[in-house]
Every structure is written in C-alpha cells, then in structure tokens.
Design a protein around this ligand. Sequence first.
Ligand SMILES: Cc1ncc(COP(=O)(O)O)c(C=O)c1O
Length: 329
Amino acid sequence: MNSPAPSASATRLPPLFGLIGNTPLVALPFRAEGVTIHAKAEFMNPSGSIKDRLAAYVLLDARARGLLRPDSIILECTSGNTGIALAMVGTALGHQVRILMSDTASVERRHLMRHFGAELQLFKADRGYLTGIEMSEAMAAADPRIFLTCQFANPLNAQDHAENTGPEILRQLPGPIDAFVSGYGTGGTLNGTSRALRAAHPGLRVVAMEPAEAAMLSGESPCCHSIEGVAGGYMPPLLQGVNIDWPEKVSSPDALAMTRRLAREFGLLVGTSSGANLVAALRTAHKLPPGARIVTVLCDRAERYYSTKLFSESSMGVPSGIPPDDRLK
Ligand SMILES: Cc1ncc(COP(=O)(O)O)c(C=O)c1O
C-alpha cells in the first residue's frame, strides 16, 4: 500500500494493506474509434474496487488519531463497494462493521459484506442516499461506540486520491495528460484525482460522467439507472468546488454494452460504471484534438453484478460481426 494515512505505522498492519493501491494504468486501444484510453485498474484492489483506498486511508487515520477504540463499531451508508471495503479492512483491524445500504444494491455485494463479517441493514432507495445518511446520523447520536466514516463528506476521501491515485497516474503516464474522466458517487475520485492531475497539467479537462437517467450536474432530476455506484440521487458535498469542464451523460444501455465490450475485446471483467466511464472517455476523445491523452477509471470487478442486467440473458445481445462502435447505438 502506498497510501498510509498520517502517522500510520505500516509495520504492524495486516498484510492485506500491502495489496491496496498502486494499481496498474492500462492503455486500451479502441481500434474502431482510432483512440487509446488510459484506464486505472482499480478493480485490482483486494476487495475488487477503488473503495479499498478510502477504507484503508480513513480507518488508519482514525486509528492514528485514537478515534478507534477496541469496542468501536464502524458505520457507513454505502451503495456497496465502500461497505465491502470497510468490511474487509475494518474486520482485519479487529472492529465490528455495520453497513446501511439501499435495497436496490446487488445481492452479491450483500454476500461479500457478510462474508467479511459485517452486519447489514437495508433501506428503501426512493430518496437516494439521504435515507441512509440520516439513519447513520441517528444511530451515531444514540450509541457512542459508533465511528462514522462519512464517505460523502469526509475530506480524507478526496485527500487520499490527491495524495495517492493522482500521483500514481502522473508516475505511470509521464508527459502531457489532456483529460480526466470519471463518474461520481461521493465525488472523492473526481475531486482528489483531478486536483493532483491539474496541479501537474494546468490545461487538464475534467469530465464528469453521469447517468443520462440521473444527470444532476446537467440540471436534471435523478431517476433509476443501471450504473451502480454513481449518481445516487444526491449531490455530494465533495463535488462542490470541483472545477468540472463538462458533464458527459451516458445511458444505461450504452454503459452495459461498453462493459460487455470491455470483457470481449480486452478481457476486462469490470462493473458497469467502468463501461460508462469508457463511453464518456471515448466521447471526450472525439471532442479533443487527435492524440489527446485521456485517463479514466475501471472502478470495480464484474462478479458483484451476476444478478443484474449486466449478466441477464435478455440483455446479453451483443451480436458478433457488428462493428463495436455500432453496438453502442
Ligand atoms: C462502482 C463505482 N463506481 C464509481 C464510484 C464513484 O466513486 P466516488 O465515490 O469516488 O465518486 C463508486 C463509488 O462508490 C463505485 O462504487
């Protein structure tokens, strides 16, 4: 792990921590479009998503500052990946972990959290993340053992990406970087990574991928979509103040088709937000001069989506012989 929180002693940490962060940056040549996109392979983190970084950074910071006691209960409201990461890291540090998640999050995520030993409580998804955030605040007010990681408002979430994810990309891709494209759930990835990349490349374009069905940055109302992990019906505080050049709307069918294309053309077993990010990155490439160097994120692994549309037979129809770019229409 290259992301120790302030004054965390790496020597006494479980070996798991050595597996978090420092993910590869892979160059994906999209031949049909004549464009290469550079993608940060966050699905290679040990619990399978970018959220391992947040869990390790926030919990090690809390431990270093004496905020975690042996009887502390780690509590978070999450669409799933943060819950899986906190369950893995929190229990490895010897703590009880309680996760509040929307009843629309995939069943595989619930299994993974329980497998790591976390306790789950589901809430109705009709108000987006707000219900879960209010529940977690009420629980914390009633029980002094509760430690809230507060992924939506915690500045450490973005700080970790500014100190680690961004600098990793700068080391992995020397020379100019023209655009960074990412979806937002908490906004931590967009906020911190773009801050680090822009400090090195002041002309960097920052593009926020958002589901076409929940395009809040584009001024539209949030509705149901199939890109789990992003645009949860709530504008996260961490996104405020981020200098976004433009939002790129991606529909759920386009995101699903690209996620399957990533598996079939590149052998990448990733989730739907990764596909959505690549759709947005390719569109960004067409808006910038030829040869522009664009970085995006492969956020998580596909195996937590077996029960979702991504794998359902009715939506598997990507006929062979059709040029890949046509599959997106
Ligand atoms: C699959 C997936 N993609 C993207 C994101 C967005 O990351 P962030 O919360 O840093 O905005 C998340 C966050 O939960 C996620 O789970």
